[in-house]
Design a binder for this molecule. Structure first.
Ligand code: CUA
Length: 151
């Protein structure tokens, strides 16, 4: 019947939409928004994985990069990662909303109290990249930056 055909068509379109979304998220480095209440902002430094910020190898060419924003710095302030590796950024904030943008890349996340922001990225070129907070976060906002060394 027509009804059935429409149902199947709808299902196919839904699957295509999901596939496009997954592709956009993974391949294009689009930021996955966190869920509210994922983490208690004041207890960030004692809640895994944020009790151990920094770069942690999780596979042959795969790393978790755990970042905390706090007025007015990032923890850690400087990180080193291998060129070409899959970097899974996992970030949150201890206090207010901060930004996490790596200059010259499409890495661009908002760090929201209570939420965990995730994004996957690979650096194609070695070099030093500046991390900047691009959300106004108070008097020291313009001093809030970090560095990624890709080697
Ligand atoms: Cu942190 Cu602006």
């Amino acid at each position: 019947t027509y009804e059935r055909a429409f149902l199947i068509l709808g299902g196919v379109l839904l699957v295509l939409c999901m596939a496009a979304l997954v592709y956009a998220t993974v391949a294009m480095g689009i930021h996955l928004p966190g869920r509210a209440g994922e983490i208690e902002p004041g207890k960030v430094f004692t809640t895994p994985p944020f009790d151990n910020p920094g770069v942690h190898q999780t596979g042959p060419n795969q790393y978790d990069v755990v970042i905390i924003g706090q007025a007015w710095r990032f923890h850690p302030m400087e990180i080193r990662v291998p060129v070409g590796a899959e970097l899974n950024f996992i970030a949150t904030t201890f206090d207010v909303i901060h930004g996490f943008h790596i200059e010259g890349t499409r890495v661009n996340m908002m760090l929201i109290p209570g939420q965990i922001s995730r994004l996957t990225y690979r650096f194609r070129k070695p070099g030093e990249y500046l991390i900047i907070c691009h959300e106004y976060c108070g008097a020291g906002h313009h001093n809030m930056y970090g560095k990624i060394i890709v080697e």
